[in-house]
Design a protein around this ligand. Structure first.
Ligand code: OSB
Ligand code: MG
Length: 369
């Protein structure tokens, strides 16, 4: 792959409904979308999962723009890249900024797969032809509203129900849901809303037959999580705390979690995601693909990575209609009975709809040799 031109766009899209977590309520989403063009005129796409405010991690749309425009784009422009696995090594002197790095890295994976006329899933070594899909449900004002949401998503066939929680909207709410739905595959995501002072409170989750609790403690912690995991039976799944395969190794040896949520952006790209897949397979730790309310390009990369063999649990890869009236890709991602078919076209397997780019772009800058 020889990189001839890169176009950075910022897109602003309105979510169908506001989405509430323990750290924010999001209605409008701004994100960076990267188009990487090679000497043959092939195009690769990458979508950043950073948003306006640094509330999930430290990155934002503006820090992405800085890192991409001033450092990463100039670094790859004009370069010939033999294999996308080289990119993460190449970017490693720059600390963190994993979401910015993943934006380019994923675009180059797409380009690499297209140049080799193979689906991205296959280029990554993924074998699944279809993937199981779960749904992430934001914090609702009332339990009745939550039950209504679950009912609708059950009808659509989702295979895992992840319910966002925070102090005051946790054990009681989940208990009511369990009474109505004794058997659904259910889990909770706290997005770091608790501390070790809440151990006795969190122990009550053990009666609810949850698949896991995601990131109950600090975003940067793997020590307290190990303490908590010894006290509760419910498996802990780490999200925010895992940025690399080394973090996965350390968390495994400390006993900080039993499951890992892999987000391509958070770990700096597909090569690192693959490494985590391979390590977790070795030690028997299940993984699944997390979501960041991506538009179609990000979701397409998520579908591809989910085809790797250790992604044994349904991911947060709900179809386009979950968040968007109009998505930026064609065809939209669709789901039947909780299953998404993995595309068999080259690269991410979806086309970007240029009309939608026109409609949603609030910024565009081209970088040429
Ligand atoms: O913690 O997984 C999370 C969305 C924004 C930030 C963090 C998270 C989430 C989700 C949404 O849970 C999952 C999805 O994309 O549907
Ligand atoms: Mg999470």
């Amino acid at each position: 792959v020889k990189v001839k031109e890169v176009v950075l766009r910022k897109l602003q899209m309105r979510l169908k409904n506001p989405f509430a977590t323990s750290f924010e309520t999001m209605q409008d989403k701004t994100f960076c979308l990267l188009e990487v063009i090679d000497e043959n005129g092939n195009i690769g796409w990458g979508e950043s999962v950073a948003s306006d405010l640094p509330l999930y991690n430290e990155e934002t749309v503006k820090t992405n723009q800085h890192i991409l425009e001033d450092l990463l784009i100039p670094d790859i422009l004009g370069q010939t890249i033999g294999h996308p696995d080289e990119i993460s090594e190449r970017f490693s002197p720059i600390r963190r900024n994993n979401m910015a790095k993943a934006t380019i890295e994923t675009a180059i994976w797409d380009l690499f797969a297209k140049n080799n006329r193979m689906p991205l899933s296959q280029a990554l070594g993924g074998k699944k032809k279809e993937i199981q899909v779960g749904i992430s449900i934001g914090i609702q004002d009332t339990t009745k509203a939550l039950l209504n949401q679950i009912e609708g998503f059950l009808t659509q066939g989702f295979r895992k129900f992840k319910i966002k929680i925070k102090p005051g909207k946790d054990v009681g709410v989940l208990r009511e849901v369990r009474e109505v739905y004794p058997d659904i595959p259910m889990m909770a995501d706290a997005n770091s809303a608790y501390t070790l002072k809440d151990i006795d409170h969190l122990k009550q989750l053990d009666d609810l037959n949850l698949m896991m609790i995601e990131q109950p403690l600090d975003h940067d912690d793997i020590v307290d999580h190990a303490v908590l995991q010894k006290e509760i039976r419910t498996p802990i799944c780490l999200d925010e705390s895992i940025h690399s395969v080394k973090d996965a190794m350390r968390s495994h040896s400390l006993g900080s979690c039993k499951i890992i949520n892999i987000k391509i952006g958070r770990v700096g790209g597909l090569t690192e995601a693959k490494k985590i897949n391979d390590y977790c397979k070795q030690v028997g730790m299940p993984v699944w693909c997390g979501g960041m309310q991506e538009a179609g390009v990000g979701r397409a990369h998520n579908i591809a990575v989910t085809t790797l063999d250790q992604f044994t649990l349904p991911g947060d890869t709900a179809p386009s209609s979950r968040y968007w009236d109009e998505d930026i890709i064609e065809p939209e991602v669709t789901m039947t009975g909780g299953i998404i078919q993995v595309p068999d076209k080259p690269g991410i397997g979806f086309e970007v709809n240029r009309e939608m780019l026109e409609k949603f772009a609030v910024y565009e800058k081209a970088f040429k040799l």
